[in-house]
Design a protein around this ligand. Structure first.
Ligand code: NI
Ligand code: MN
Length: 223
């Protein structure tokens, strides 16, 4: 499995069998994105919530009738009415897809489409692909049930927001890694806009004191 950072909260996972999975593909409106939507294709697109910086280019990348968009049921019904193939889930639910298992977790955040339509709850997502466990926190504030998630899963890659204002900041994200104890934490949702500018090296230093390694990925980097 390869994990590629596409800027902001967008990631591409390519499974060993070639399955392409995108998470929160916000690209064309992000000047820091390393690739444009029309250069990507996906078998699956996972959306943590409907805000414009997460729904992003999902509908232009998705091929009608082919790409499966995985998201909470309220957002799935909005998307399926536009003709796309969806797999509706809900927080706490898990499902085994051909590429691996997906489980939706809580996220302390809102969710509405860019035109203001209510789109259900915001979520985080845990993927188990090729024997690795990835937890994409979505947009969220810090919450104590991360301790439970840390007990339930041996997390290899924690994709964690650090930019503050809309989500956890660096100090909150350090508390999150203390509860989740991932093998590697990868910061996201920072420096895309002036209001979420932070120094990821500060997160790296503080997480190291908490015993967690941090990998700062530049948009386009893979691991
Ligand atoms: Ni959001
Ligand atoms: Mn966001």
């Amino acid at each position: 499995m390869r994990l590629q950072y596409l800027g902001h909260s967008a990631f591409r996972i390519v499974a060993d069998d070639g399955t392409q999975i995108l998470i929160d593909p916000y690209l064309d409106k992000n000047p820091l994105a390393p690739i444009k939507a029309n250069q990507l294709s996906a078998d699956y697109i996972i959306l943590t919530h409907a805000h414009g910086d997460h729904l992003g280019d999902a509908l232009s990348i998705a091929k009608m009738g082919i790409t499966v968009i995985i998201c909470v049921s309220e957002l799935a019904s909005i998307i399926s009415k536009r003709g796309y193939k969806v797999h509706a889930m809900q927080i706490g639910g898990g499902f085994i897809f051909e590429f691996g298992r997906v489980k939706f977790t809580m996220a302390l955040h809102g969710s509405a489409t860019p035109d203001g339509q209510y789109a259900g709850l915001a979520a985080g997502v845990i993927l188990e692909v090729d024997g690795l466990c990835i937890y994409h926190c979505g947009d969220t504030g810090l919450f104590g049930d991360m301790k439970l998630i840390g007990e339930m899963f041996a997390i290899d890659y924690l994709l964690v927001p650090i930019g503050g204002n809309y989500t956890m900041d660096i100090d909150d994200a350090v508390l999150a890694v203390r509860m989740l104890h991932p093998k590697l934490a990868i910061p996201m949702h920072y420096n895309t806009f002036p209001i979420i500018e932070v120094d990821p090296e500060d997160f790296k230093r503080k997480a190291a004191i908490a015993g967690t390694d941090v990998l700062i990925m530049q948009p386009g980097d893979s691991c």
